[in-house]
Design a protein around this ligand. Structure first.
Ligand SMILES: Nc1nc2c(ncn2[C@@H]2O[C@H](COP(=O)(O)OP(=O)(O)OP(=O)(O)O)[C@@H](O)[C@H]2O)c(=O)[nH]1
Ligand SMILES: [Mg+2]
Length: 345
C-alpha cells in the first residue's frame, strides 16, 4: 500500500485503453486516471505490459481499478508508432533481457537484426538473439558467422520447437525476478516458445502462410509469470520497426571505431578523402550493406530527433505536408480554399 490508498501492481495486458494488472490479491481490470491520460503527450506515456503502477484497488469489486501513476521505468523497448507524426510507442517496460527472435528460414535478415539491436541497446535491457526454426534450415553453421558479424558481444541461441534445441540455454535467462520480452516479426515462433516454457498452450499460435511471413496470431502484449520463476512478455509480430531512439554506438561499435581513424572528425563516409570506413569496405573487412544500414538508421534517428523537438504547430504543419505529399500541393489547396471563401455550394 502506497500513500493513503494506492497499491503497487504490474501491468500484464494492455488492450487499447483497458488494462489487466497483477496486484497482491490477483489480476484485475484497470483504466488510467483522467489526470494520467490528460498529461500523456505520446503513446509511450501510457502504461504498457511490464510497467509497475500505483492503482486504487486490488480487487474488482466496485468496477475497474484506476491507475494513477506509472513508476519510473528501468528499461523500455520503444519504437515509433505507425503513421506519419512523431509518436513514441512503448512495447514492453522494465525488462532485463530482450529476446530478438528471428527464424532461420525466410525471416533471416541481417539488416533487421542490426535495427532491432540498435533499439534494444537503447532500451537499457540486454539483447539476446534467438534464432528459431532450426529444423527448417539445413545450413545453420553457415548462418551463425553471419549473425556474429553484426552482433559482436551478443549471446545467440539457436532453437527449434520440434526438439530440445536451445531450451536449456533459454531457461538460464529465466531467473526469479527477471523479465524477458520476446520481440520479432510475426510467425517466427515467439508464442510457441513461451507456451513451451509455460508447459501448456496458454497463448494462441497460428499456422504460417505459404509466403512464410505469417499472419498475426498474437494481437496484444501480454505478461506471464512462468511456473518455474521469471516473467515473460509476449508481443505481436512487428511488420516494421521504426526508430524512436537507438544506440548505434553499441550495435555498430566496429564502424564507430573505424570512424575515429578518418581524416576528418565529421566524416560522413561518403566521398571525403582519408575515410577509414570506406577503406574497410574496399578491403573487404566491412560489408557495404552494413555501412548503408548504419547510415540509414543514423538518418532516421536525426529525423526523429528533429520531429521530437518541434513545437505542436510545426509538427501539425509537417503532418499536413505528409498528408498532401509536398509543401507545393499544400499551398495549392490553401489558395483554392481562399478563392472559394464565401461561395455557397
Ligand atoms: N518448424 C517449426 N515451426 C515452428 C517453430 N516454432 C514455431 N513454429 C510454427 O510457426 C508458426 C507461428 O508460430 P507463433 O508462435 O504463432 O509465432 P509468433 O512469433 O508468436 O507470431 P505472432 O504472434 O503473429 O507475432 C506456428 O505454426 C508454429 O507452430 C519451429 O521451431 N519449427
Ligand atoms: Mg505470437
Amino acid at each position: 500500500m502506497y500513500g493513503d490508498k494506492l497499491h503497487l501492481a504490474r501491468v500484464s495486458v494492455q488492450h487499447k485503453d483497458i488494462y489487466r494488472i497483477i496486484t497482491e490479491c490477483g489480476e484485475v481490470q484497470a483504466r488510467v486516471s483522467g489526470k494520467l491520460g490528460y498529461s500523456a503527450s505520446v503513446s509511450a506515456d501510457y502504461p504498457v505490459a511490464g510497467d509497475w503502477v500505483l492503482a486504487d484497488r486490488v480487487d474488482d469489486g466496485g468496477g475497474d481499478a484506476i491507475i494513477h501513476h506509472i513508476l519510473t521505468r528501468k528499461s523500455c523497448f520503444e519504437r515509433k508508432a505507425a503513421g506519419t507524426g512523431y509518436d513514441r510507442q512503448a512495447v514492453a517496460a522494465n525488462i532485463d533481457t530482450v529476446f530478438i527472435c528471428m527464424s532461420l528460414n525466410n525471416n533471416f535478415n541481417l539488416r533487421r537484426v542490426e535495427r532491432y539491436l540498435s533499439i534494444a541497446w537503447d532500451s537499457m535491457a540486454v539483447p539476446v538473439i534467438v534464432l528459431t526454426k532450426s529444423d527448417l534450415c539445413d545450413n545453420v553453421a553457415a548462418k551463425l558467422p553471419e549473425i556474429y558479424s553484426v552482433a559482436a558481444g551478443v549471446d545467440v541461441v539457436v532453437t527449434s520447437s520440434l526438439n530440445e534445441d536451445g531450451y536449456t540455454t533459454i531457461k538460464k535467462y529465466l531467473n526469479k525476478g527477471k523479465t524477458i520480452a520476446f520481440i520479432g516479426s510475426s510467425g517466427v515462433g515467439k508464442s510457441t516458445m513461451i507456451n513451451r516454457l509455460m508447459g501448456e498452450e496458454v497463448l494462441a499460435t497460428r499456422e504460417i502462410r505459404d509466403d512464410d511471413r505469417g499472419r498475426h496470431a498474437t494481437t496484444h502484449r501480454q505478461l506471464l509469470v512462468l511456473p518455474g520463476g521469471g516473467v515473460v512478455i509476449d508481443t505481436p509480430g512487428m511488420r516494421e520497426l521504426q526508430i524512436a531512439g537507438a544506440d548505434l554506438s553499441r550495435s555498430f561499435a566496429d564502424i564507430e571505431e573505424l570512424a575515429e581513424k578518418c581524416r576528418f572528425r565529421d566524416c560522413r563516409h561518403e566521398s571525403e578523402p582519408g575515410c577509414a570506413v570506406r577503406q574497410a569496405v574496399v578491403n573487404g573487412t566491412l560489408a557495404a550493406e552494413r555501412l548503408e544500414n548504419y547510415k540509414k538508421l543514423q538518418r532516421e534517428m536525426v529525423f526523429e530527433e528533429r520531429k521530437s523537438k518541434m513545437t505542436p504547430a510545426q509538427a501539425e504543419k509537417l503532418k499536413v505536408i505528409d498528408m498532401m505529399g509536398s509543401l507545393d500541393a499544400c499551398k495549392k489547396v490553401q489558395n483554392a480554399s481562399r478563392k472559394n471563401k464565401g461561395k455557397r455550394y
